[in-house]
Design a protein around this ligand. Structure first.
Ligand code: SAM
Length: 251
């Protein structure tokens, strides 16, 4: 059949069509699907207002600061696709982790954040030149323990612990703690080519078929050079937002 197509059930009279969620879109939706869409849309709006209010209190800084629009996109994608098990590599002050936690709270899920909060982890040798030059100075004036403690305190006072885990470890040292299949993975740790490649090699196999992989700073040469390896995991790009991309594993 040529798309757009729908799987029809010969026992039903047209125009009814049976949806098959194992097919890639486009498939034709039933009235029941639309009812479910409306429920998820309402949840998504509530969640995104909540996430926006919280990340509004976390100003971006030299080491991090996902744009608010990306946070809202993450919330909407998680809620509407009911992606209950989310993992983020590279949390910093939480501007992209908070949207994950808020979103999973609304659908009864769990978000895991992974970040060592150390000066060593900040050493990036392949960042674009203007950023590279400013890394040592910013590392010197940063209190990494304080950044971690402040985020943890905020998470603990704002959310039920059933909805989040924050590992203060590198992604490499945390991989054995991830004992579930990931629905959405956000990779925003160290951006040097070798380390992004390690994050992909260790974590993308844990993403379920149909699951989402979001990569930040895809406009950096080091990150860009790793992207085609995602095809080895049966993933294809579904969104290029310029400085970040979304990929999905095929079903
Ligand atoms: C660009 S920041 C993350 C920004 C954050 N996602 C946001 O939107 O605000 C990169 C983070 O990756 C962390 N990082 C560096 N190496 C890492 C590693 N091997 N595993 C996990 N996180 C790492 C750094 O400590 C830093 O906090």
């Amino acid at each position: 059949m040529n798309p757009p197509y729908a799987v029809t059930d010969n026992n039903m009279n047209p125009p009814y069509v049976k949806t098959n969620h194992n097919m890639n879109p486009p498939y034709v939706k039933t009235p029941k699907d639309f009812q479910q869409d409306m429920i998820l849309l309402k949840l998504s709006i509530k969640a995104h207002m909540e996430a926006r209010a919280i990340i509004g209190t976390i100003p971006p800084d030299f080491f991090g600061g996902g744009p608010t629009e990306k946070g809202i996109w993450l919330v909407d994608t998680i809620v509407r696709n009911q992606l209950r098990n989310c993992v983020e590599i590279g949390v910093w002050r939480g501007r992209s982790f908070i949207p994950l936690v808020v979103a999973v709270k609304y659908i009864g899920g769990h978000a895991v954040g992974i970040d060592p909060y150390t000066a060593e982890a900040m050493a990036e040798s392949e960042a674009p030149a203007p950023i590279l030059a400013d890394i040592p100075k910013n590392v010197r004036v940063t209190d990494f323990d304080k950044v971690y403690r402040e985020l943890l305190m905020m998470l603990q006072t704002t959310f039920n612990s059933s909805h989040f885990t924050l590992f203060r470890k590198t992604a490499q040292n945390t991989v054995d703690d991830i004992r579930f299949t990931i629905d959405l993975l956000h990779i925003d740790g160290n951006h040097d080519r070798e380390l992004v490649a390690v994050d992909i090699a260790l974590y993308v196999p844990k993403v379920r078929p149909g699951g989402w992989i979001i990569l930040d700073d895809t406009d950096w040469q080091s990150v860009q050079s790793t992207l085609k390896s995602l095809k080895n995991y049966n993933a294809r790009q579904v969104l290029d937002a310029g400085s970040w991309q979304a990929w999905r594993k095929q079903l």
